[in-house]
Design a protein around this ligand. Sequence first.
Ligand SMILES: Nc1ncnc2c1ncn2[C@@H]1O[C@H](COP(=O)(O)OP(=O)(O)OP(=O)(O)O)[C@@H](O)[C@H]1O
Length: 576
Amino acid sequence: MLTFYWRKFIVPHWLPALTAVVSFIVASAAGLAAPLVVKLLIDDALSGANLAFLHFITAGIVLLYLIRGLFSYFYGYIMAKAGNKMLARLREDMFSKLQSLDYAYFMKTPSGDLISLFTNDLLFIQQAVTVGIPDVIVESLNLLAIMAIMIYFDWELAMVTFATLPFIIVAISFFNNKIGRLGALVEHTLAKVTSIVQQSLVSVMVVQSYVREDYEYQKFSDKIQQAAGDLLKAQRLSAILMPLVEFLAAIGLTIIVWYGGREVINGDLSIGGMFAFLVYIINVPMPIRKISQALTHLKLGAVAWERISGLLDEQTPVVVDGYREMPEAKGQVEFRNVSFAYQEGKPVLDNINIITQPGEVIAIVGPSGAGKSSFANLLLRFYDPESGDIYLDGVNIKDLKISALRRHIGFIQQEPILFNTSILENIRYGRPVATMSQVEAAASLANAYDFIMELPQGYDTVVGELGGRLSGGQRQRVAIARAIITEPAILLLDEPTAALDAHTEKQVMAAIRQAGAGRTTFIITHRMSTIMASDRVVYLTGGRVVETGTHQELVSKGGLYARAVELAELKTRINE
Ligand SMILES: Nc1ncnc2c1ncn2[C@@H]1O[C@H](COP(=O)(O)OP(=O)(O)OP(=O)(O)O)[C@@H](O)[C@H]1O
């Protein structure tokens, strides 16, 4: 564990670490000299009734504590600066790694666990770095210095006094191991607690509509109680440890009184020397206690680091970035022999072949689970095909920079995610440098201009968590404006109206038609009116393209699509 901290946190920051240690040594030496002053005071100034020497010692004490204070400040400042810098860097690295990870990573990792890395785990690392590491180094030096001075003074008395040290060390390491294990448990439980909070915030509507508040509370409370219980056990052990260490140190003190007293009576030790010894032994428990606490911090930090490095070392880039830029695109898309599976042996798309012309409107239709959203995921390179390739304007999208590819695709989901900022910022998200007139043009094309103007704060209206202060149709139109402000060559819409009523659907479809003019549009849909407005229907079932053609062609063909349409019409009639 110590070698890990040495490699990770000390070697790369050796200069501030060295300056800090030197400052500490000076501060500590000043502190350690105090008992020597006691010896001089008793043996020379008081016994010899030497007033001049008494004045000299008095000035010496002031000077010693001045030096100690000054260098303690240097030490504290350097440590805080190095610790904060390192932590800020670690936070940046973690966030940057998070931004670089594949979509697939987020599908398999609970977001609560990730949040916990940024909160609980970073806190443990912070304590390990700013308290654990410095205390282990400096307090060990302190302890060694005290022991060395004691040996120098009177090695026999020192050896007798140190007889209690092995007991102190055994007690500390025994308790520390237990405390460390409990700490790791607390850490684990706190991660779960964060996850519960995050989940219940995201799902607040579900929680409230199913009246499951008590259940959520109970889940939270159980974990918190568990963490509190484990923490209390750890604190209890700490509370036992300290008096035990102090008791053992007091035995050392008794030994000095007894053995040292005899030496003084026999004339082998001066009274001042014995008092200095007593002051030193009184100072022994403090560094031992700090070392023990620091080791606990280091243990907890090491567990947290293991979790954090799990993120930093994540090797996901299954989707490897390409190298080609593509400033302009016409929007011709080809899927050539594309097959795909999320898990080996469970194919989701099977040998898909589609070529679109720029500006064509393709409706992707098929039963639930047919692979329609997976088709969109592949086009956006959230995943790569197992075999086969996808081309944009004749260029394999694997060769394109992912940023270049995605810049040409305006992606609109069934439930658009808006950020909790103003409408203006949301629309500009796709193109931060867009002028106000470009924002207004995008909003007009998306049929959003009028409703935005009717809002009291217009474009400055804050949309609420996930856009919750807007209606479903308004949210969708803001999302369309956000998608088209980048002027993408392709619009990719995954059931954009599925969550809307018939009236709102009409408004949103009108927006999509206006926004889609001149752009290749893939629209995943179940809506007959949307299908009929498309140039071509691609009918998917079981991950295969079973039929393709215009709606009329496919209906006339009387195949699987025609049967699906008949069923859909029947359903509509029944509902009417
Ligand atoms: N991230 C994922 N990991 C594993 N399997 C997945 C994942 N996403 C989808 N699947 C599976 O892949 C298959 C196709 O899913 P997909 O979402 O593409 O279907 P869909 O046609 O869009 O369905 P729907 O119309 O219900 O949205 C389904 O069996 C689904 O369970």
